[in-house]
Design a protein around this ligand. Structure first.
Ligand SMILES: *[C@@H]1O[C@H](CO)[C@@H](O)[C@H](O)[C@H]1NC(C)=O
Ligand SMILES: *[C@@H]1O[C@H](CO)[C@@H](O)[C@H](O)[C@H]1NC(C)=O
Length: 430
């Protein structure tokens, strides 16, 4: 792969994930909503302790532990061995697949579920119950109850009904600059794709709200219920594309993609054939924007050989502006909740520290700054990282972005600039 910079001008196709990529969410409101939608289910349908519904604002700082409590050094060694290695790490590290042995929480839709699991462990501990993995099946049932294929249409569960009633509370409309940018890409002959694992009905609600009623004119191809990462990785057992009538998938799969339009499920090779036809190129040049390492970056990079741009909102927790100049959004809406102390999920965690750099002390008490696993993955599987689409929307198409590369400093590839802790690490090293 060429080590040169990336220019959107040189790409034929520009693809986007929807949630947390084109559509920014109010992270405080949605995290709370997702947490509640699962917790309500456990309490009302599975008889769990009502205490799960009460969260202090500081609980949101959480990432992963035994319950919400940190493990002691002895406990870590007891459970993970003297080398402190988690035995499933290698399969996660190289494939990002899910497994019966662990669940990989990797995006803002998932994270509140991790907090809920930890709180369930707290509740079991408090009652003196043995903690076994049995509660996991109830978590899976909670996901199904809230997010299954018909939940949106049937207004069932706790998630969709509330977003439908008050989308402005959870979804942030694209700025005028982002809408202009999308139109500009089209006018410059780019093919625009939307590839989301959300279902068509929810996708329409989100796009109506963030882009306007005519959002379908913006995209050449819209793919919903894409079931990423399988969309990219399931070869040769790929799922066919399906047509949609009134948001219902045709039972019969398509043998291939003939023309642009709105489809469901599908697979990367059939999309690739269509893109070849549309661009008249043997190897269409595709750049793809997404927020998930597991569903977007890793598979689009590894299987699709696409250029990948990762949306990393955590950059905003480390001194990077969301857009330049700062957007004239109404300052933090006053929430109906008393959430003044609730931290934004993208801010650095008190309990865990930076998302990008891990501070460790060696024997002599010297500070050692090491890349976290998350930043290692970002640098390996994405071409570049930005805090939001807005951050690049005012740049000309021939702007040349530096790309991540093993032979360059780890700070290269972040636009408009690297997060604070990575800069600090770079200074320490030189
Ligand atoms: C989806 O979940 C709702 C609420 O639990 C349930 O009534 C409905 O039958 C489920 N639908 C499917 C297709 O699983
Ligand atoms: C796994 O992660 C570590 C960083 O935590 C990295 O050094 C190593 O190369 C990774 N392995 C693969 C296959 O990516």
């Amino acid at each position: 792969r060429a080590q040169r910079g990336v220019l959107l001008r040189d790409c034929d196709v520009i693809g986007f994930d929807l949630d947390h990529t084109l559509c920014r969410y109010d992270l405080k409101e949605t995290s709370r909503l997702i947490y509640e939608s699962f917790a309500q289910y456990l309490v009302e349908h599975k008889g769990y302790d009502k205490d799960l519904l009460n969260l202090t604002p500081t609980a949101w700082d959480f990432c992963a532990t035994h319950g919400t409590r940190d493990l002691s050094q002895e406990e870590i060694i007891k459970h993970y061995g003297p080398k402190r290695e988690w035995k499933h790490f290698n399969s996660l590290n190289s494939t990002f697949t899910r497994s019966a042995k662990y669940y990989f929480y990797d995006n803002y839709f998932d994270l509140p579920g991790a907090l809920l699991c930890a709180r369930v462990v707290d509740v079991l501990n408090k009652r003196g119950c043995e903690v076994t993995p049995d509660f996991w099946k109830d978590m899976v049932a909670a996901i199904d109850h809230n997010y299954n294929t018909s939940a949106f249409r049937e207004d069932s569960g706790w998630y969709f009904p509330r977003v439908k009633r008050d989308p402005g509370r959870f979804l942030q409309p694209c700025s005028a600059s982002v809408r202009r940018w999308l139109r500009g890409l089209k006018e410059n002959g780019k093919i625009l794709l939307l590839i989301t694992s959300s279902h068509s009905d929810y996708c329409r609600l989100v796009c109506d709200h963030i882009l306007g009623k005519d959002f379908e004119d913006v995209f050449d191809v819209i793919i919903t219920n894409a079931l990423k990462p399988g969309f990219f990785s399931l070869i040769p057992q790929q799922r066919p594309f399906r047509t949609l009538v009134n948001d219902v998938e045709d039972s019969e799969g398509l043998p291939g993609l003939e023309k642009p339009g709105w489809y469901s499920q599908g697979n990367w090779p059939h999309l690739h054939d269509l893109l070849k036809k549309m661009t008249g190129r043997v190897e269409p040049r595709v750049v793809y924007f997404g927020d998930s390492m597991r569903s977007d970056m890793f598979p689009a990079f590894s299987f699709g050989k696409w250029e990948t741009v990762m949306i990393v909102e955590e950059m905003e927790g480390e001194g990077v502006a969301r857009a330049n100049p700062a957007p004239s959004q109404p300052a933090e809406k006053k929430s109906k909740f008393e959430d003044q102390a609730m931290k934004t999920p993208s801010a650095a965690s008190q309990q865990w520290g930076s998302y990008f750099v891990d501070v460790q002390r060696d024997e002599g008490g010297e500070e050692r700054l090491r890349l976290t696993w998350c930043s290692h993955c970002i640098h390996t599987y994405s071409t570049m990282a930005i805090p939001s689409i807005e951050a690049i929307a005012d740049l000309p198409l021939d702007y040349k972005f530096p790309r991540f590369s093993p032979d360059k400093p780890s700070t290269t590839g972040y636009y408009p600039r690297p997060p604070d802790t990575l800069l600090k690490r770079e200074e320490n090293q030189s």
